[in-house]
Design a protein around this ligand. Structure first.
Ligand SMILES: Cc1cc2nc3c(=O)[nH]c(=O)nc-3n(C[C@H](O)[C@H](O)[C@H](O)COP(=O)(O)O)c2cc1C
Length: 235
């Protein structure tokens, strides 16, 4: 006979906040995408704290032209991700069939689980940036205004690290915002405000742990591309 799983009790917010004393390197080494989240809401004070740490990040020319739309309302969450859930239901099935190995299939199953339950994630944070002429990339013609993305991601990484430290599960995602017009409509964004990515936040069902990345010898080049003395020292 299957035992009914015990209901999840969120950790005490004050205890969770103490996690911010975690050594920075430990947080960086173990901050990975957590997609399976408990549905219980997250304490508002805790959310405010991780968001306030996110805002310590740098922006181009210190413009700080950002907005973070924190979506807790059930109906707003449903409307925000409805098209994504529908469109990618089929995609997930095909992707799993085409997956080359079991680890990839496992990751796709987790992504599928998240897509199916996306509207039940406790909090969806949509990071946005104001598109202005100020934020053009260096060396590009005046009218190319694409550099604003670079002013959002440092804050998003801060947010992910702060979530990791307090024990909240989180991940950076862009696919659920693939229909930008519908995101704009649901969130009532002004025309110049561009939704960049979405970060579902909640108590982690999975665990944080070491991330898999290539060794630095493989990706670091000294003085010019292709000169990799660290690599040869290792082999
Ligand atoms: C720009 C960007 C977009 C991403 N978009 C998605 C997404 O749409 N859906 C998703 O599940 N993960 C998304 N991710 C998360 C990555 O898949 C994840 O960070 C990567 O696979 C490494 O996983 P790990 O941090 O758990 O090791 C995105 C990450 C980045 C940096």
């Amino acid at each position: 006979m299957n035992a009914t799983p015990a209901p999840f009790t969120p950790p005490d917010a004050a205890e969770a906040l103490a996690g911010l004393n975690m050594p920075l390197a430990e947080a960086m080494r173990s901050q990975r995408a957590i997609r399976k989240l408990h549905f219980e809401p997250v304490d508002e004070g805790l959310l405010r704290e991780v968001l306030s740490l996110a805002l310590k990040a740098p922006t181009s020319s210190n413009s700080q032209d950002w907005a973070f739309v924190v979506v807790n309302d059930a109906e707003q969450k449903r409307r925000l991700v409805r098209d994504y859930q529908r469109a990618f239901k089929l995609f997930g099935w095909f992707a799993r069939r085409a997956a080359p190995d079991e680890p990839t299939r496992r990751q796709l199953r987790v992504s599928d689980w998240q897509r199916e339950h996306y509207h039940q994630m406790p909090t969806l944070v949509v990071a946005c940036y104001r598109r202005t002429l100020q934020h053009r990339p260096v060396g590009r013609p005046l009218l190319r205004v694409t550099s604003f993305y670079g002013s959002v991601y440092p804050a998003v990484q801060n947010l992910l690290l702060a979530c990791r430290a307090v024990g909240l599960g989180a991940s950076l995602q862009t696919l659920p915002l693939w229909l930008v017009r519908s995101t704009r409509r649901v969130l009532e964004l002004p025309p110049e405000m561009v939704p960049v990515c979405i970060i579902p936040i909640g108590w982690a069902r999975g665990r944080y742990g070491p991330t898999q990345r290539p060794p630095i010898e493989e990706v670091v080049h000294i003085d010019r591309f292709g000169h990799q003395p660290w690599r040869s020292a290792r082999h």
